[in-house]
Ligand binder design. Sequence first.
Ligand SMILES: [Zn+2]
Length: 83
Amino acid sequence: MNRKDNMCYKVVEKIPQYLDGEMSEFEIPIFLEHVEHCHKCLEKYEIEKNFKEVVRQRCERKCVNTSLVDNIKNKIQMLLAKG
Ligand SMILES: [Zn+2]
């Protein structure tokens, strides 16, 4: 593994951190500069970003359903408690 590949490996590993806003201020410029100049990493970054977006949208939908289910469960429990 040469030096550039090693850097790519580190950058790809940090993509989720960047997308989650968990990357330190110190690392962000290094990360962005690499992605800007490295097509391989840019491609992975785009894939990861799109993937996250889809997951987030699905989760939002799922969260709505979950709260609906919780609502119904609460109502059932209230009815049971009453009865
Ligand atoms: Zn790279």
